[in-house]
Design a protein around this ligand. Structure first.
Ligand SMILES: [Zn+2]
Length: 133
């Protein structure tokens, strides 16, 4: 299990941990760790220390209110009734499909200057029973 060190450029993206506020660098090691723990995360919102200690922050759930494929963004209506902005880039879908209206999604929320924004949006297959309340 040796990654190809020569071909893969190391991405040095500095992110801010949403829990402790410290900056951390997104390394391939960290992404490997996330993948090994079954976390399909586009962009982690917790530093490795917080992630190991607390696990990923709980995901919110909701439904896609609308999505404009041309503009590549849309809004999710969360269960709490709040409208949350999301960008196509943040949608995790193995089949590469765009989210459609009414799709059930799970997502992290990050506060931005524009308001709440959804991160790591995971489309829940409709035929799979979601966690019932
Ligand atoms: Zn942290």
């Amino acid at each position: 299990m040796k990654p190809s060190e020569e071909n893969e450029p190391v991405k040095l993206t500095v992110l801010e941990c949403q829990r402790c506020g410290s900056g951390f660098v997104l390394t391939s090691t960290y992404l490997d760790w996330l993948a090994r723990h079954g976390l399909k995360i586009v962009q982690p919102i917790l530093c490795p220390t917080c992630m190991v200690r607390h696990g990923p922050s709980p995901k919110h759930s909701g439904t896609v209110k609308w999505f404009r494929p041309k503009k590549r963004y849309g809004f999710i209506e969360s269960r709490s009734g709040e409208d949350v902005f999301f960008h196509r880039q943040q949608v995790v879908d193995q089949n590469g499909r765009a989210p459609t209206k009414g799709a059930i999604v799970r997502f992290h929320v990050r506060e931005t200057w524009r308001g709440p924004e959804a991160w790591n949006v995971e489309v829940i297959p409709q035929h799979t029973p979601a966690d019932a309340d």
